[in-house]
Structure formats: structure tokens, C-alpha cells
Design a protein around this ligand. Structure first.
Ligand code: GDP
Length: 448
């Protein structure tokens, strides 16, 4: 393996900067610029050991650093790796990197360290994608989801599905070779049942990808309802501080106020709107139009009803208009409410936004509407690439069921199942072209 080097920390001033070298000559290249404080040579260092010393440009001192050696195959990439922790100056890092280049290392491309880990069998392609997601995670849910995929559970699920198809393929190959001997698993009803179950498993995974996205990226949520229902108070309650203006005059929130709110495993990207009503004031009218726009683009609607006023026709019209959407009714002001709960087909959360009461009920409703967060036992797909491949496998499997039902020739069935296997194989990179691998790794940063 050629020896590559890069700065792995951001191109910014910080406490520390870390450079990474990986490849056959990683240790030799590092040795040329490093002198340890105890005169120990880098080439004499065992794996997982570090040494304090200085970096020199010929005889000019550059920086004092800690150098760590990882011997292959026990390193991130699977090659010999050296990491140099220096002071986190932009110029210091660049200077040390240029010394590494001068002594034979080549510049690493985006994601090349992780690509080597994949090529050396240290991780599958979906695990490499999970590393990328972990780096980009902006919250606990996104991190956990990436870590579930990183633990290899997703790969294991894919392998199981692939094995199921391969088992059918080998039975088919056996039968095509010797048509007199039909293996019992190829009995049409049994075979259809096996493929159907596999289809269902994979379809669920593709559906749960969307669900996973909600946990990863947060759900765009519009706060709606008639003026004075308590939308701004809900915003303030959920975001934990006064963000929206709360008044007793209907029509106070004329613009859309947004806030990222964390409730249990859910991240809501909340937009407080002007509310739904017929307004005469032109500016307020624009705000109301904006509310409908928010509702159109939101993934979740939180519809606030003033429980003291009760559920009215305008509320019903709104809920009917968005009946195909994920929606929760916040039955607000229960501290002063007199009206009874309406009989509607939408989860209702009794709450008192002003008193910040109703968290548990809201969380429960979110669970019902959005589903549970992915768990290690039930990891979800984490990239669109994976989802497309799973759906393509489902398509091929459904086609193969049709072929069985139509009693089509076995070689056609064999080909269709093989295409399903190829799609699944691409997910973890077992059966994958260079251009797909390039596509995955070019999204990484240099140094990872
Ligand atoms: P918006 O127009 O829907 O944004 O409503 P606001 O949040 O501005 O609230 C309108 C009025 O209702 C304000 O006077 C709030 O203090 C009051 N309000 C909001 N939530 C509650 C609640 O839970 N209980 C009571 N008693 N009053 C509330």
C-alpha cells in the first residue's frame, strides 16, 4: 500500500492538531522527521505505543509532539499507521505535512483512510457510511443511529437476507443441473412464502429509513391553530424560554418563528406561525398565508386548540384539509378548560402551555405518530443509497414471485433472484463497482 498522509483535524487553530500517516512506509517516513526524547526509534516502537519527542525540518526544530504507532493489521486502516499530535496551529500542521510529503508520503484523498479500512476488510461499506454519519451527527439520536450501523448490526441483517437468496439460488442451480431431483425448498408454495417473508423484511427496512431520518435530522414541525389558541405559548413551553411574543391580542405572531426543540428521542424543528383565521390586516394576512405554506411543507403538524373555547368548525376544516398528514392536536389551557374532548381521529394531548404541563402526554403522542427510535436490535438504513438498493432488491423479489406464479422457466427465476442478490450485495460493498465506492468516499473529508 502506498503511504498517504493528511491532517485529520479541522483546518483551524485549536489546542491540538493531528496528522495521520498510513501505508507500508508510514513508520519509516515518520522516523525521518521525529526524534524521540528518549532516543527510541519509531521503527522499534510496538503497536499501540506512543512516544514524546520533536519534529525537525533537517536540523531546525518545528514542534514538540506525541507520536503514536499502530502496527498492521491492528489499526484504523489495517495498514501501518502513525499519528502525530502536535500543537494545533494551521501553519504547524501544514509544515509537518509538507515534511511528510518531502519524505515520501502522498497526499491522502477525501475519505482515503476509511476507504483503506474498507478495502482491508476492517469494515463494510455500510459501516464506512456510518462513520461518515457519526462525524456529521448533530444530536444524540443521529449519533446513536450511526453507532448502531457502525456496530455491524445493519451489515449482519443484510448478510442474512443475502444468505437467504443465495440458499435459493444454490437449490435452483442444483435443480437446473439435475431436474430429476427437486429440492423440497423449491416446492412453489414454500418458495413463494420464503421470498414473500424476505420481501416484507426488506420493505420494512426501507420504510423505516424515513422514520430513521426523523431521528437523524429532526422533524419539520408546524405549530398551527386559531389565534390565541396558545401557539406561541407552546413554542415557549417546548423551547424552554421566551422565544415568541405571547399576548392576549389575537394575531400577535405575524412572522414564522423557528426553533429546534428536543423532546425525548425526538428533535422537532418547530415553526410557530401566525395561525389560521380570516384576517383583515394585510400584514397579518401574509403571515396567515405563510402558516398554510408551513403546513404544506411540514412533516408534522401540531394543531393547538384553546380548550376553554372548544373545538370549532374552523378547526375541523383545517384537520380535514390535512387529514393525510402526521398530526397531533394540543388541547391547550386545560387549567381553565371547560369544553369536553372532541371525538376526532387525531391523537389529542391535553396540556397547559402557560404552565409548561403536558410533556409526557406529548411524548407519548409523538411515539404513536412517529414511531420509536431505532435500536441496536432494529437498526435502520442510514443512506439514500442503501434505501434505493433495498427497494431494487424488493422489486426483483416481487418479480420472482410473479415468475413462480406464472410457472416461468427456472433460468428466468434464477436471473431475477441473482439481480436481487446483486442489489443487496452492493449495500455492504461485497459486489460493488469502483464508481459506487468512489461515490461513497468522496463525501468524506480529507484526513478521515
Ligand atoms: P397564539 O396566538 O396562538 O400564539 O397564542 P398565545 O400563545 O399568544 O396565547 C394567547 C393567550 O392565551 C395568552 O394570554 C396566553 O397567556 C394564554 N395561554 C396560553 N396557554 C395557556 C394555558 O395553558 N393556560 C392559560 N390559562 N392560558 C394560556
Amino acid at each position: 500500500m502506498t503511504t498517504i498522509a493528511a491532517v485529520s483535524t479541522p483546518n483551524a487553530i485549536g489546542g491540538l492538531g493531528v496528522l495521520r500517516i498510513s501505508g507500508d512506509d508510514a513508520i519509516l517516513v515518520a522516523e525521518k522527521i521525529f526524534r524521540s526524547a528518549n532516543s527510541r526509534r519509531v521503527s522499534d516502537m510496538a503497536g499501540y505505543t506512543c512516544s514524546y519527542g520533536n519534529i525537525y525540518d533537517d536540523n531546525t526544530f518545528v514542534d514538540d509532539v506525541v507520536l503514536t504507532v499502530f502496527r498492521k493489521p491492528n489499526s484504523y486502516t489495517g495498514d501501518d499507521v502513525v499519528e502525530i499530535s502536535c500543537h494545533g496551529g494551521i501553519y504547524i500542521c501544514k509544515k509537518i505535512l509538507s515534511l511528510l510529503y518531502r519524505h515520501g508520503a502522498k497526499p491522502a484523498e477525501a475519505g482515503e483512510f476509511t476507504r483503506r479500512a474498507f478495502e482491508n476488510g476492517k469494515m463494510s461499506l455500510s459501516q464506512a457510511e456510518a462513520v461518515m454519519q457519526a462525524i456529521h451527527a448533530e444530536g444524540e439520536a443521529a449519533l446513536q443511529e450511526a453507532n448502531y450501523a457502525r456496530s455491524g448490526k445493519l451489515s449482519a441483517q443484510m448478510r442474512n437476507a443475502l444468505q437467504d437468496i443465495t440458499a435459493i439460488l444454490s437449490a435452483l442451480a442444483y435443480w437446473m443441473d439435475d431436474p430429476e431431483e427437486s429440492p423440497p425448498e423449491l416446492e412453489p408454495a414454500l418458495l413463494t412464502e420464503t421470498i414473500r417473508k424476505l420481501c416484507a423484511r426488506l420493505s420494512t427496512m426501507a420504510e423505516e429509513y424515513e422514520n430513521g431520518r426523523v431521528f437523524r435530522e429532526g422533524i419539520r414541525t408546524a405549530l398551527l391553530g386559531r389565534p390565541n389558541a396558545g401557539k406561541s405559548s407552546v413554542m415557549n413551553w417546548l423551547s424552554g424560554f421566551k422565544r415568541s411574543i405571547v399576548t392576549e391580542i389575537p394575531g400577535t405572531t405575524r412572522d414564522v418563528v423557528t426553533e429546534q426543540v428536543k423532546l425525548g428521542d425526538y428533535t422537532l424543528l418547530l415553526a410557530d406561525t401566525a395561525g389560521i383565521r380570516t384576517a383583515t390586516d394585510r400584514i397579518e394576512q401574509i403571515g396567515i398565508e405563510q402558516s398554510y405554506l408551513e403546513a404544506e411543507s411540514a412533516q408534522l403538524l401540531l394543531y393547538v386548540v384553546d380548550a376553554a373555547v372548544g373545538f370549532c368548525d374552523e378547526d375541523q376544516v383545517f384537520l380535514d384539509r390535512y387529514s393525510d398528514r402526521k398530526c397531533i392536536v394540543l388541547w391547550n389551557k386545560i387549567d381553565i378548560a371547560h369544553a369536553s374532548l372532541p371525538q376526532i381521529d387525531v391523537p389529542i394531548v391535553p396540556c397547559a402551555a402557560k404552565l409548561q404541563q403536558g410533556d409526557a402526554a406529548l411524548l407519548d403522542a409523538l411515539r404513536r405518530v412517529l414511531g420509536d427510535a431505532p435500536t441496536e436490535q432494529r437498526p435502520t438504513l442510514i443512506t439514500e443509497r442503501q434505501r434505493v438498493l433495498v427497494l431494487s432488491a424488493v422489486d426483483f423479489l416481487q418479480n420472482s414471485i410473479r415468475l413462480i406464479e406464472q410457472q416461468q422457466p427456472l433460468d428466468m427465476l434464477y436471473e431475477t433472484l441473482q439481480s436481487a442478490a446483486l442489489s443487496l450485495g452492493e449495500i455492504d460493498g461485497d459486489l460493488v463497482s469502483d464508481s459506487v465506492i468512489n461515490g461513497v468516499f468522496e463525501r468524506f473529508c480529507v484526513g478521515k
